[in-house]
Design a protein around this ligand. Structure first.
Ligand code: GDP
Length: 721
């Protein structure tokens, strides 16, 4: 093996070269959890296989996940793997940090944040269903974060499994460049092993060992030999586009002289370009193909040294980050907090990825967001359902820390003398809201604490108070998401809460710049109140939420009153002027004001901030935004007309339609407001034969005729309470 990089500390466990931070993601039910479980089993991390349907999967660690059989939070776990049967790193133990990410659309935030901290990924597909809507979303997210990946076509044991169809789907629907690295031997209940296209040999599982630990290395079955040669040739040609050595051999017609090592390096280089995806068939449930998947993870997915340095903001940067953070144990420590978890035993756990330097137990770090330093009291490595205390986490590791109270998702941890800010992951806006109240009045405080804690953990879960009705509102990515939150309130915070009907989480924004003045002056005997602030607001790029610039000069507003003024502005933004919905994507500049030596107070400036914002917003051509969903309906041909007509009535825009084997797939963009009860309607329109899926797409301006109803509706609600 080549020499290891000098960026490795001699004290670290696995060198950087032998570390893989890998995410597993897919459409719900494609088998990610089962795959993760098998990886833990084959790597010896757990000694008994967990099964999702029995509720014993180790990675599904929240009680609700076990009950509902879905994965909600991505658990970060570490295991070791050594390629035994060949490969670039034969006999060398690697550490694989595995993040199991949820497939349900309600939890896209989890997928986003895990992709941000990973170097490579395994995309799991179902061999029967091929590319499903959520796999498309995940694929796009992986493109956004430039994640090199390999594909695992799971469920090859199921009736209707079609490996080649799924590969074609990746090419056509996802615009990918898939190349099988292995071929399945048999399919459905005849699936017996895999053909290795690099080694040109077969691995046949031993029927006497259902755990799949044992398999025999054999010649390729005679009836598959021609096909295997054909696929190997196409693999070589696919790699040649990215690798000069292989290209030369192809041009010389000397493919037969390509060595195992040359081809593997070629596949590795091709994968790193993100333009090439190796594909492996298997059945996690029937214990086939998972070892080959792990061999491929080690051989073809990048180590932290192989990915381009992460960009970060340093002093002087405004819009574009100019610093580069490189994996190096000796550099200044830099880490990103990507997930919070309140653990019943140890309290607040913060999952971090160390990008550079070494993070040690007991050290203090600086948080550029809060401008505070904090101390790490414990460092933990998570292995399946166990936690191991460690003294140091080196570059490229993923671990959890205890003791950092003020850290939230997206925060950077760095050295005070080397201030740097990593780009945080971006999260979608919540689309659905419900009012919530405790069953018994005395639980109000417990409810508030619980909600606050859960909102800290989950950036797509937002808690607010409706200023007019005084109701507490919770907003999230879907009904399931909010259901789980209520469940967690009950289990973890012992508060039983009742929720109102789901409502749309509208947003308000502005379309023009405007000025606003806010004055809060009271002179009624004794000490008065005096606060005066003037602001300028302007529309901000979509998704940027809010930006604040303090442009006060000459002490027109004393320093200590700037923050209260901003707090007032932020508070006013929680309830916009159209119908009281949160205001997004506004830049606020505080430009002028005045104060009174005696009467000014923090409270007075907070009020001035509120008034200034309301004044400015009313003049800034405000509009109401509604969440719009991407909807996909699969229906037998004969109902196509009715379903399209119905989608049109729901203010839907048809984006595309495709018919295959008498099944028609309709893609549309539809406002969420019109989609309540769709499950029942689509069933009755199609005699129960159509199915649909939907996920948040974006926010769009509400048309004026609908706007009127919404504004009247929210006024009525306020009047009732
Ligand atoms: P996830 O939602 O992607 O995490 O999927 P799970 O791992 O929870 O699997 C969903 C269901 O499919 C469970 O009932 C699994 O037992 C089952 N399953 C997973 N992998 C396979 C497979 O390879 N073959 C078959 N037949 N079933 C599988």
């Amino acid at each position: 093996m080549a020499q290891l990089s000098p960026k490795n500390s001699p004290n670290r466990g696995k060198p950087l070269e032998y570390t893989r931070n890998i995410g597993i993601s897919a459409h719900i039910d494609a088998g990610k959890t089962t795959c993760s479980e098998r990886i833990l089993f084959y790597s010896g991390t757990v000694h008994k296989m967990g099964e999702v349907h029995e509720g014993t999967a180790v990675t599904d660690w929240m009680e609700q996940e076990r009950e509902r059989g879905i994965t909600i939070t991505s658990a970060a776990i570490s295991c070791n793997w050594t390629n035994r049967e060949g490969g670039l790193f034969k006999g060398i133990e690697h550490q694989i940090n595995l993040i199991d990410t949820p497939g349900h659309v309600d939890f896209t935030a989890e997928v986003e944040r895990s992709l941000r901290v990973l170097d490579g990924a395994v995309a799991v597909f179902c061999a029967v269903a091929g590319v499903q809507p959520q796999s498309e979303t995940v694929w796009r997210q992986m493109n956004k974060y430039s994640v090199p990946r390999i594909a695992f076509i799971n469920k090859m044991d199921r009736t209707g499994a079609d490996f080649y169809g799924a590969v074609k789907d990746i090419k056509e629907k996802l615009n990918g460049n898939p190349h099988p690295l292995y071929l399945p031997i048999g399919s459905e209940d005849k699936l017996s092993g895999l053909v290795d296209l690099v080694m040109m040999r077969a691995y046949v599982y031993d029927p006497a060992d259902p755990s799949g630990v044992k398999f025999n290395i054999q010649d390729i079955p005679a009836d598959m030999l021609d096909m295997a040669k054909e696929y190997r040739q196409s693999l070589i040609e696919g790699v040649a586009d990215f690798d000069d050595v292989i290209m030369e051999k192809v041009l010389e017609g000397a493919e037969d002289s390509i060595t195992e090592e040359q081809l593997r390096w070629g596949i590795r280089r091709a994968t790193m370009t993100r333009q090439f995806v190796g594909v492996i068939p298997g059945s996690a449930f029937k214990n086939k193909g998972v070892q080959m998947l792990m061999d491929s993870v080690v051989d073809y997915l990048p180590s932290p040294l192989d990915v381009p340095p992460i960009k970060a903001f340093q002093e002087g940067d405004t819009d574009v980050p100019t610093a580069e953070v490189v994996a190096d144990d000796f550099a200044s420590p830099t880490a990103l907090a990507f997930k919070l978890w309140s653990d019943p035993f140890v309290g607040k756990l913060v999952f971090i990825r160390v990008y550079s330097g070494t993070v040690t137990k007991g050290m203090t770090f600086y948080n550029p967001r809060t401008r505070r330093t904090e101390r790490i009291s414990r460092l933990l490595l998570l292995k399946a359902d166990q936690r191991e205390d460690i003294d140091a986490a080196y570059s490229g590791s993923i671990c959890a820390i205890i003791g950092a109270k003020d850290l939230i998702t997206g925060d950077t941890m760095c050295d005070k003398d080397h201030e740097i800010r990593l780009e945080p992951p971006t999260f979608p806006e919540p689309v659905i809201a419900m009012s919530i109240e405790p069953k018994t009045k005395s639980d109000q405080e417990k409810l508030s604490i619980g909600l606050q804690r859960l909102a800290e953990e989950d950036p797509t879960f937002v808690v607010s108070t409706n200023a007019e009705t005084g109701q507490t509102l919770i907003a999230g990515m879907g009904e399931l998401h909010l259901d789980i939150i209520r469940d967690r309130l009950f289990r973890e915070f012992k508060v039983e809460a009742t929720a109102g009907k789901p409502q749309i989480a509208y947003r308000e924004t502005i379309t023009a710049p405007a000025d606003g003045v806010g004055k809060f002056v009271r002179q009624s005997g004794g000490r008065g109140q005096y606060g005066h602030a003037e602001i300028k607001i302007e529309p901000l790029e979509k998704g940027k939420h809010y930006e604040f610039c303090n442009e006060i000069v000459g002490g027109a507003i004393p320093k200590e009153y700037i923050k209260p003024t901003e707090e007032g502005i932020k508070e006013a933004m929680l309830n916009g002027v159209i119908a009281g919905y949160p205001v997004v994507d506004v830049k606020v500049r505080l430009v002028f004001g005045s104060f009174h030596e005696v009467d000014s107070s923090e409270m007075a400036f907070k009020m001035a901030g509120i008034f200034a914002f309301k004044d400015a917003m009313a003049k800034a051509k405000p509009i109401l935004l509604e969440p719009v969903m991407k909807v996909e309906v699969v229906t037998p041909d004969e109902y196509q007309g009715d379903i399209m007509g119905d989608l049109n009535r729901r203010r839907g825009q048809i984006q595309g339609m495709e018919t295959k084997n008498n099944l028609c797939t309709i893609k549309a963009i539809v406002p969420l407001e019109t989609m309540f009860g769709y499950a029942t309607d689509v069933r009755s329109l199609s005699s129960g034969r159509a199915s649909y899926s939907m996920e948040p797409s974006h926010f769009e301006q509400v048309p004026s005729n609908v706007l009127k109803q919404i504004v009247e509706g929210s006024a009525k609600k306020a009047a009732r309470s």
